[in-house]
Design a protein around this ligand. Structure first.
Ligand SMILES: [Zn+2]
Length: 63
């Protein structure tokens, strides 16, 4: 499977986002904000899957 640089950029953006939220959740274990961050990290992963899937369908370079 070949992917273009835009695909990689979308992916790395979401991955940074997810990593940031996960780190936050780890630093604040047991606190409400950790729960929120974990939920947001999951949401971010789902949005990444949606965004990449949509890109993949339309992009001529990917495939
Ligand atoms: Zn692409």
């Amino acid at each position: 499977m070949k992917t273009c640089h835009r695909f990689a950029r979308i992916k790395s953006g979401f991955e940074q986002d997810t990593a940031f939220l996960r780190n936050h959740a780890e630093r604040h274990q047991g606190e409400t904000s950790a729960k929120v961050s974990r939920a947001q990290a999951l949401g971010s992963r789902q949005r990444m899957a949606t965004a990449l899937g949509r890109h993949f369908e339309r992009c001529r370079e990917c495939g």
